[in-house]
Ligand binder design. Structure first.
Ligand SMILES: Nc1ncnc2c1ncn2[C@@H]1O[C@H](COP(=O)(O)OP(=O)(O)OP(=O)(O)O)[C@@H](O)[C@H]1O
Ligand SMILES: [Mg+2]
Length: 248
């Protein structure tokens, strides 16, 4: 089996006449955080939805842990959508327990222990019996993360997981993400913040359905030719370079 967590070849996807994913190829090694950065509408969510198998490509291929995305591979994959998709009439605990059950954690005792651990991790112990509808936006975000990680998948897709989190929780989330990658799991994380990007070992900058740059944060900064360039500078450098090339 290949050492790559994800292999995408010449992937395309359209919404009607709109080309949303335009011939994307990439390969992600296992055990890293892979960041997807791009402006609104660049195609990050669409790419993630293709990789988890919720959308069908118009062309090209995807392998996640050596297999095409399919329900049979779902237990190996965790997905936190950009907009939380929770059962808002159910409590925090019931939501996480529900996802644990559908991902096959059958043993009641083990499941209950794991649900407890996840509730502690997302710092919602006092709210465990509260209906999700009564939580703040950031708290819903935390429940959504809890549901995505409860079955401890080796490959985790997180669509803007740090949006709406307070700074302390953001730090705590990144500590947890780093413990997951240290244990050999692979994370794909979309974000708009360079703070998140700096935590990733590999980054893809996206624009209008294309990957315009791929590399480690240090490589992307170095590509600007400026020794003190920030990741923000690097992102703008590749965006502007694309505009110049498009206008030639
Ligand atoms: N269900 C849909 N029907 C039609 N067009 C869509 C649909 N979902 C997304 N799009 C379009 O696809 C393009 C990519 O959208 P996508 O949500 O993947 O971007 P994104 O990079 O995740 O943006 P954001 O940073 O705002 O979350 C946009 O032009 C968007 O308008
Ligand atoms: Mg998105």
């Amino acid at each position: 089996m290949s050492d790559a967590a994800i292999i995408v070849n010449n992937l395309t996807f359209n919404y009607g006449y709109l080309k949303v994913i335009d011939d994307i190829s990439l390969e992600t090694p296992r055990g890293i955080s892979f960041g997807l950065l791009g402006s609104n509408g660049a195609g990050k969510t669409t790419l993630i939805r293709l990789m988890v198998g919720l959308l069908k490509p118009a062309g090209g291929s995807i392998l996640c842990l050596g297999k095409p995305p399919s329900p049979a591979n779902a237990r190996n994959i965790g997905y936190m959508p950009q907009l939380p998709s929770l059962y808002t009439e159910l409590t925090v605990e019931q939501n996480i327990d529900f996802f644990a059950r559908i991902y096959g954690l059958r043993d009641r005792q083990a499941r209950s222990a794991r649900v407890n651990d996840v509730i502690k991790l997302i710092d919602l112990v006092p709210k465990r019996k509260t209906q999700v509808i009564k939580l703040s936006g950031g708290m819903k975000q935390r429940v959504s993360l809890g549901c995505a990680i409860v079955h401890q998948p080796p490959l985790l897709f997180l669509d803007e997981p740090t949006v709406g989190l307070d700074p302390e929780l953001r730090v705590r989330f990144w500590e947890h993400f780093e413990s997951l990658t240290r244990a050999g799991n692979t994370l794909v994380i979309s974000s708009h913040t360079m703070d998140d990007a700096a935590h990733c070992q590999q980054l893809a900058f996206m624009r209008e359905g294309k990957i315009i740059a791929l590399g480690s944060p240090a490589e992307l900064r170095a590509a600007t030719g400026k020794p003190d360039a920030s990741l923000e500078d690097a992102f703008l450098y590749f965006i502007r370079r694309g505009e110049v090339q498009a206008n030639v």
